[in-house]
Design a protein around this ligand. Structure first.
Ligand code: G1P
Length: 298
């Protein structure tokens, strides 16, 4: 079966101020989740969903991102000659995942402004958009972007990943309004960027993954600066709603926002504990730490 959506865009230009000072020199998208940069998980999720061509939007100073996906000949030779075959295969794989290209966002004018830079790359094709600082862990065999592709296959319209969030987190996300029309599928009627809980139309939050028809780029061209004086992707989706249907997909899975300190630490503990070789010794060390801080229950 031919793939339905073969292009993905990954915005990765932001400063990463929530993780300073680490992000002064290292892009937040290269923050490790155990031993692998967040962005590699994101690229792998896009590839799993069918992406063959990936455009990463970076900004000056974030060239380490390019280096991560480039061949590293000397390192590969060393790993091969020292018989580290598994490591060699893992490193070699990184630069063969997809055709990755880059575009620079020179002025950081918001997520919508970043995605608008992908207009030529998308042409007349649909594109997945995956935020480069967030790992989505699917609860089913298909990854989260692949779940969006399934909804797109059925409805042939833009689809946005949604998760429910507690009241105190509502003002950190884009919040959707709409009607559930199938299990896990909502037809959107509105989207509001980071509302106060009192003004929020629901607790369904936009969860770092989107799949857009190319019409999003015309909507972005018409979008004026919104919250914080930035071009908001959420506002462009609102414009898109005037001309076509947009769906929300209540995803089966969990988001790990590695661009915030608490999310970074807890995701690392959880993903490390999943590794059989680390589970016992790390589990014991964590218990000792909890005892030291007298934490039994919270
Ligand atoms: C962005 C979007 C927001 C979305 C969030 C997580 O906000 O503007 O609508 O809910 O990503 O996907 P940011 O976290 O970049 O401030």
């Amino acid at each position: 079966m031919s793939r339905v959506v073969t292009k993905a865009v990954i915005p990765a230009a932001g400063f990463g101020t929530r993780m300073l000072p680490f992000t002064k020199a290292v892009p937040k998208e290269l923050i490790p989740l155990v031993d692998t940069p967040v962005l590699q998980y994101v690229v792998e999720e896009a590839v799993d969903a069918g992406a063959e061509d990936i455009l990463i939007i970076i900004s000056p100073g974030k060239e380490a991102i390019k280096e991560h996906f480039m061949p590293a000949e000397k390192l590969e030779e060393r790993l091969k000659s020292s018989g580290k075959d598994e490591l060699f295969a893992g490193i070699k794989k990184i630069n063969t995942l997809a055709n990755i290209s880059y575009v620079y966002q020179y002025e950081l004018n918001g997520l919508g402004d970043a995605v608008a830079l992908a207009a030529d790359f998308a042409g007349t094709d649909p594109v997945m958009v995956l935020l480069g600082d967030t790992v989505m862990d699917s609860a089913v065999s298909r990854g989260v972007s692949a779940q969006l592709v399934s909804v797109y296959e059925e409805y042939r319209s833009s689809v946005i990943a949604l998760t429910r969030v507690p009241q105190e987190k509502i003002s950190s996300y884009g919040i959707a309004a709409g009607n559930m029309i199938a299990e896990r599928v909502m037809q959107l009627s509105d989207l509001v960027e980071k509302p106060s809980p009192a003004d929020a139309p629901s607790d369904f939050a936009v969860a770092a993954r989107y799949l857009f028809t190319p019409e999003i780029f015309a909507a972005l061209r018409d979008t004026c600066p919104g919250l914080h004086g930035e071009i908001q992707l959420t506002d462009a989706v609102k414009k898109l709603l005037l001309t076509e249907k947009v769906f929300g997909c209540l995803i089966a899975g969990k988001r790990y926002d590695l661009g915030r300190v608490a999310g970074f630490v807890s995701a690392n503990v959880e993903f490390a504990l999943r590794r059989p070789e680390l589970q016992e010794s790390l589990g014991r060390q964590i218990m000792d730490i909890l005892k030291k801080f007298n934490i039994k229950d919270l």
